[in-house]
Design a protein around this ligand. Structure first.
Ligand SMILES: Cc1ncc(COP(=O)(O)O)c(C=O)c1O
Length: 453
């Protein structure tokens, strides 16, 4: 097998071509064309299982319960929602559309959460009608809105309040600031001794008979490789829970610590280990509750990328190869080989959006050629349309070559667009030597069907 950042089912065949879960990528391309997203089902299930069992074991050892929600924003199809459920995960959604997919997959409403900083009335009503297990409210306005709609429906809505702890993480380190300048959540920090927006929101929820306050939610960022950030945020949330108990007499039952568990994108990257991070967080929260003199709540987490990211790769066909002479800062010139593929920022916006780094290889054949510094670019009308900023590819890379980009399972398809009227690629699942289409390729007719002329 090839190893990270590829999924566990990826290996090279004797003639040098890549296979995923026993399926030769050349066969996939012959049947489905490129670009195509390929998902290694066993890898997805293995990671879902690993996160659930690691957290259950670690939190169980300190006497706390835990639920793992798969964050559907990373990639949600009906089959993917089913896999998550079959592996014992719940499903976190962030829109009516994601909720619709989870319901189509027959995930019970009670096992679904609804997020979003600007949920519409229609979205909230749909969630209430589906009997979702929790609506994570994000503002005072929304608390009023959910209470009004629950009242109209004659139900009691289970809610969590999303707070910002001042702990922000992503990449290797976390930062802690008093006031976060971002749209999500309500700050636990008060201005000049006033009541914090988070406390005000929690107290507000308690006033409404149409709302049942489940607990407090905190999500601190994405692609986090340092577990300290989770522990720091958990400490803040648990203190807020204790403060709320003092203020109101209500010790809420649940605390959600969000997602953001980091994965390997490049060879040599080390992903966060679920067992280690689960143990670290469990021990830390247990200690904090002891210090605060409170019982442990039930915890939940919401990993998305860590479950589906490594399970996915994207297949492209190389169209053009162009050596470009580049002037370096030190005045010396060097050559960068621009390799254009038949997709780009429409199927993976992350490099353009965040400068995200990926790894690519030529996968339809072997090559004994020396490698050259290459940049894999798409076919869109943007010079920022970059798929892989920097990668060594064989010098004989040429038109018609198949190229795969590793670890594209999360936030590839789910953030895809139709820029330049490109139909979005299919999502193919591979398992035990067979493939199936989870989401078919869009066609020009699909796109023209929306255009009313
Ligand atoms: C509230 C919430 N939960 C979970 C996630 C999933 O994060 P990740 O895919 O990095 O695990 C996100 C991502 O943005 C989020 O906003």
């Amino acid at each position: 097998m090839t190893g990270a950042p590829w999924s566990t089912g990826v290996g090279r065949l004797p003639d040098g071509a890549l296979a995923v879960a026993g399926v030769d990528v050349r066969d996939l391309v012959a049947e489905h064309g490129t670009p195509a997203y390929v998902l290694d089902e066993a890898d997805f299930r293995m990671r879902a299982h690993a996160y659930r069992t690691a957290f259950e074991a670690a939190f169980g050892a300190v006497g706390a319960g835990v639920d793992v929600y798969y964050a559907g924003k990373a990639l949600l199809t009906v089959a993917v929602a089913r896999w998550a459920r079959e592996e014992g995960l719940r499903v976190d959604t962030a829109s009516s559309g994601e909720l619709a997919v989870a319901l189509r997959a027959e995930v019970p409403g009670a096992e679904i959460g609804l997020h979003g900083n600007n949920k519409s009335d229609a979205e909230i009503l749909r969630a209430l009608d589906a009997g979702v297990g929790r609506i994570i409210v994000d503002s005072l306005v929304e608390i009023e809105r959910v209470a009004r709609l629950a009242g109209e429906r004659g139900v009691v809505a289970p809610v969590m309040v999303r707070v910002t702890t001042g702990v922000h993480a992503g990449g290797h380190e976390y930062i802690a600031t008093a006031h976060e300048d971002q749209k999500f959540g309500l700050s636990v920090n008060a201005a000049d001794g006033a009541e914090s927006p988070a406390m005000a929101a929690l107290l507000e929820v308690l006033k409404h008979p149409e709302l049942r306050l489940l607990g407090i939610h905190s999500h601190i960022g994405s692609q986090i490789l340092d577990p300290d950030g989770f522990e720091a945020a958990a400490r803040v949330v648990l203190r807020l829970r204790a403060d709320l108990s003092e203020r109101s007499g209500v010790l809420v039952d649940e605390v959600d610590l969000g997602g953001g568990y980091g994965i390997a994108y490049l060879p040599g990257d080390v992903a966060l280990d679920p067992e280690r991070v689960a143990k670290d967080i469990a021990q830390s929260v247990s200690g904090v509750c002891q210090e605060l003199g409170t019982s442990l709540p039930r915890f939940s987490i919401e990993p998305g990328r860590a479950i589906v990211g490594p399970a996915g790769l994207t297949l492209y066909t190389v169209g053009t190869v162009k050596p470009v002479t580049v002037s370096a800062d030190d005045g010396a010139d060097f050559t960068r080989t621009y390799v254009s593929v038949d997709g780009g920022m429409s199927d993976n916006i992350r490099p353009a959006l965040y400068g995200a780094a990926y790894h690519a290889e030529i996968v339809g054949r072997s090559s004994a050629a020396e490698t050259v510094l290459a940049r894999v670019v798409g076919k869109h009308c943007e010079s920022g349309d970059i798929v892989v900023h920097e990668v060594q590819l064989p010098a004989d890379v040429r038109a018609g070559d198949l190229l795969a980009v590793a670890a594209t399972g999360a936030y590839g398809r789910s953030m895809a667009s139709n820029y330049n009227m490109l139909p979005r690629p299919p999502v193919l699942a591979v398992s035990d030597g067979a493939s199936r289409v989870l989401v078919r390729r869009e066609t020009e007719d699909d796109l023209l069907g929306l255009d009313q002329g």
